[in-house]
Design a protein around this ligand. Structure first.
Ligand SMILES: Cc1cc2nc3c(=O)[nH]c(=O)nc-3n(C[C@H](O)[C@H](O)[C@H](O)COP(=O)(O)OP(=O)(O)OC[C@H]3O[C@@H](n4cnc5c(N)ncnc54)[C@H](O)[C@@H]3O)c2cc1C
Length: 383
């Protein structure tokens, strides 16, 4: 099945590659047939034309950091974009950049630091997730309260649909498309002037009502407001109270030493790895309005679920050691009128919770044979 692709680009069908690429960062296991490493848009176009002719299922993959099983292949060839990692253009005056889809957020930020610019969307996985993957999941992250999500920073993107040439599309058509339409190959991004947090505060609370009072008071002045519930704080060896960490652009926070700020940022990047290594590796990303947050978090705590997240943006991360707990939390999200997914997308784990009708319409138009990332977002094999 993969032999037809070997002529087009570097291909790895070894036992070890197939094993590694059968997973992403979720608990889901799939079965990769082979892995292709295109180097440019032409390679991708040839891959998708061949796949379309042969009805071969294709799973696009960036950093493989999806937490929903979105980049897990099922009887599918994986197209790994990591070799398409060139920053093609930076326009310092207009604050824009054109990057290939496999560039990581971290790599872009390192490269544009010298111009005092940054790409400000910062998922916890920013060191390994790619811009293409972040667009495809419409990722948000730690600074979403100030900077929003990927769709706020994408001007347009080059996408290749099965059997067609490359087209440039606006952000609406591709943000959150989770690889089910085509392969995103290049992205034109907006950039921001680089702002380092100058100070930080770490606050402790006994209850969510007081924490949210504080969040409402400061939410328009912070770069980020991240919380950990008591269970997470104790896993991180940070005591037994609710913790709220605030990042300020100015010197409003008590912590001003650069080293200490960096250390606290590293602690924040390590929260999910710590929670998951304690057995709570299943993670969700509901979005709630801030007025509903205390009641929701109280109920989550009663069930004994570790939870942390971007609380001022309304996105929090309940984590589970048993899949059954997900349904319980989803029911709470519905009870409080929240959204099932605020940033990770649907993938496999939230199939049936959001029908994504507009995306389905686009899929029917652009991927008639359902070869793109089959088995994601919708259950049916033929959409
Ligand atoms: C420790 C950790 C922390 C995280 N923190 C956050 C967070 O704070 N906020 C957040 O939003 N997410 C977070 N995530 C989830 C994840 O990192 C994001 O969803 C990320 O944007 C995925 O990027 P990726 O390159 O790894 O994509 P992958 O996992 O490789 O793919 C994700 C989806 O995008 C599709 N895709 C990938 N590349 C392309 C492409 N070029 N064209 C078309 N489709 C493509 C795939 O098919 C799949 O459906 C976190 C994950 C981890 C492991």
């Amino acid at each position: 099945m993969y032999e037809k692709f070997e002529r087009i680009t570097e291909t790895d069908a070894s036992k070890s590659a197939v094993e590694v690429y059968s997973y992403d960062s979720s608990e889901i296991k799939g079965n990769a047939v082979a892995v292709l490493f295109p180097k440019n848009s032409d390679d991708v176009q040839k891959i998708l034309s061949t796949a379309e002719r042969n009805k071969t299922v294709i799973t696009p993959r960036g950093g493989g950091t999806s937490l929903t099983g979105a980049s897990v292949p099922f009887d599918s060839i994986v197209v790994d974009l990591s070799k398409m990692n060139k920053i093609e253009e930076v326009n310092v005056r207009d604050k824009t950049a054109v990057v290939q889809a496999g560039v990581t957020i971290f790599q872009l930020n390192k490269d544009i630091e010298k111009y005092n610019l940054e790409f400000p969307v910062k998922p916890g996985s920013h060191k390994s997730c790619t811009i293409g993957g972040a667009v495809a999941t419409n990722a948000a992250g730690m600074r979403a309260v100030k900077y929003g999500k990927m769709s706020d920073w994408v001007k347009r993107a080059e996408i290749i649909y099965p059997g067609r040439g490359a087209v440039w599309s606006d952000e609406k058509a591709i943000s959150g498309s989770e690889g089910v339409l085509g392969v995103i190959t290049k992205i034109e991004l907006k950039l921001a002037e680089k702002k380092n947090p100058k100070s930080l505060s770490v606050l402790k609370f006994e209850d969510y009502e007081s924490m949210m009072e504080k969040v409402n008071e400061i939410k328009d002045r912070v770069m980020s407001a991240e919380f950990m519930n008591k269970k997470v704080a104790s896993m991180m060896n940070l005591g037994s109270k609710i913790i709220l960490t605030l990042e300020y652009e100015g010197d409003e926070g008590e912590i001003k030493e650069l080293d200490e700020i960096k250390e606290l940022e590293n602690i924040r990047d390590g929260v999910y790895p710590t929670v998951s290594s304690n057995g709570y590796f299943i993670i969700d990303d509901p979005k709630l309005t801030l007025d509903k947050m205390p009641a929701f978090l109280n109920e989550v705590e009663k069930i004994g679920i570790p939870c942390f997240g971007h609380v001022a943006y309304g996105v929090v991360h309940p984590c589970y050691d048993k899949p059954e707990l997900r349904e319980e939390v989803m029911n709470l999200v519905k009870k409080y009128g929240g959204e099932i997914s605020g940033e990770h997308g649907i993938g496999v784990v939230k199939i049936g919770h959001d029908e994504k009708t507009e995306l389905k319409r686009l899929k029917n138009r652009h991927d008639k044979h359902n070869i793109m990332n089959r088995g994601k977002i919708w259950k049916t094999k033929n959409v």
